[in-house]
Design a protein around this ligand. Structure first.
Ligand code: S3P
Length: 439
């Protein structure tokens, strides 16, 4: 992938109305469940980002006919739970942790072997969190000595359901085990330490597959059923909307409407945290789209103040912290985050990389083992390195709205993994953004 540098001019405001691309988590799951269903699934609003395209290509490589994507429209001709065919080579998951972790669960139940690999970032990320519980279910998966990809998943194994208390709040691990549970004898029951996004559960129900949710934190599934193809309208991704929520909140004069945003309560921690900081965000026209709550979000500039972020909100805003750290840098006073060690295990070490970038822009940002302490202040311009992390790149682009001089961000090609139209949409909303090839 060619490398890109983004440079954002300082100042300005965000305005107008826009729809950010489709939800990444829901788009992945729509392809996976559509492929394993009986009959046809039509998807609209599909995210045509590199991560979801990696999932789509992997199912094509296993013999699933998939038409599109064409302006967010995808038709998946399901092959049923036992209709996948062995791919001819390794499946390349690119930068996508969701593809690798979720697919390792469903591939553990196949009759054939598969190899899953990724880019340098993904091949560094921890996979024992999925390989260990899958082994308890009877799967055989080989990883590197460090417990990382490439993963060789052996087929022809008999899986059995387990009762598994998740050691960390992770929707990817929960979803991996639910997908393996489709192939397991008996019941697979997963208990979470804290609620995480429940798109897999909602979508399984949308495909007419029964689930039992026990209390807020336990879900159980019986193997051996059937998924029925359906229609899925993917809402705009609140994780992509988050950059604009922060940008409009910090930039005086901003007034922006974000349309058709997914507001599933397991994803709206970013709204709660920004509101705690004093943000002015209205949720308009709430409705349901394909089993998922959706609304339009109106955000206007408001003076922000530092907060102690409640730990219960961490899993509900896990992907939005890079953007929230920019809000904290523009807030009056100190913001403290704890209980967020998972951030060190994302596409980059998001605590360290954000602290380095904020420091380069003149903000006092002190990383801790499980979080960060940020003192709001005046942002200078400067150059930051996104370390190939899409969400860090887009967060620092928004920081320019309050910077004294231009902000240049290196290593931005991976913005395409989750938000292929970012530059065009950010410009349309008022950000003065230039793109240059090279480091
Ligand atoms: C995701 C879950 C989260 C999130 C990731 C997408 C999902 O990861 O960070 O971007 O689609 O299930 P964890 O479940 O590992 O926290």
């Amino acid at each position: 992938m060619t490398n890109l540098t983004l440079t954002a001019e300082p100042g300005g405001a965000l305005g107008g109305r826009l729809r950010v691309p489709g939800d990444k988590s829901i788009s992945h799951r729509a392809i996976m469940l559509g492929a394993l269903a009986e009959g046809t699934t039509t998807i609209t609003g599909f995210l045509e980002g590199e991560d979801c395209l990696a999932t789509l290509r992997a199912f094509r490589a296993m013999g699933v006919r998939i038409d599109g994507p064409d302006q967010g429209r995808v038709t998946v001709h399901g092959v049923g739970l036992h209709g996948l065919r062995a791919p001819t080579g390794a499946l390349d998951m690119g930068n996508s942790g969701t593809s690798m972790r979720l697919m390792s669960g469903l591939l553990a139940g196949q009759a054939f072997d598969t190899v899953l690999s990724g880019d340098a970032s993904l091949n560094r990320r921890p996979m024992r969190r999925v390989t260990e519980p899958l082994a308890l279910m009877g799967a055989r998966i080989e990883a590197t000595e460090a417990g990382t990809a490439p993963l060789r998943i052996h087929g022809g194994r008999r899986l059995s359901g387990i009762d598994y208390p998740l050691p960390m709040a992770s929707a990817q691990v929960k979803s991996c085990l639910l997908l393996a549970g489709l192939y397991a004898a008996g019941i697979t029951r997963i208990a979470e330490p804290a609620p995480t996004r429940d798109h897999t559960e909602r979508m399984l129900e949308g495909f007419a597959y029964p689930l039992v949710r026990e209390g807020g934190r336990t879900v159980a599934i019986a193997g051996g059923g059937t998924l029925l193809g359906t229609e899925i309208d993917v809402p705009a991704d609140i994780s992509s909307a988050a950059f604009f929520l922060v940008g409009a909140s910090i930039a005086p004069g901003s007034d922006l409407l974000l349309e058709h945003v997914g507001v599933n309560p397991t994803r709206t921690g970013v709204l709660d945290i920004l509101r705690l900081m004093g943000a002015d965000i209205e949720m308009l026209n709430p409705r349901l789209a394909g089993g998922e709550p959706v609304a339009d979000l109106r955000v206007r500039h408001a003076p922000l103040h530092g907060v102690q972020i409640p730990e219960c909100l961490v899993p509900l805003a896990i992907d939005e912290f890079p953007a929230l750290f920019i809000a904290a840098a523009c807030a009056e006073g100190i913001t403290v985050l704890t209980g967020a060690e998972e951030l060190r295990l994302k596409e980059s070490d998001r605590i360290q990389v954000m602290a380095d970038g904020l420091t380069a822009l003149g903000i006092a940002a002190g990383p801790t083992t499980d979080g960060i302490v940020i003192r709001g202040g005046a942002l200078s311009g400067g150059t930051v390195d996104s370390r190939g992390d899409h969400r860090i790149a887009m967060s620092f682009a928004m920081a320019a709205l309050r910077a004294g001089d231009p902000v240049s961000i290196r290593d931005c090609a991976n913005v395409d993994t989750s938000f292929p139209d970012f530059v065009a949409l950010a410009r349309a909303a008022g950000l003065k953004l230039a793109v240059r090839e090279g480091a």
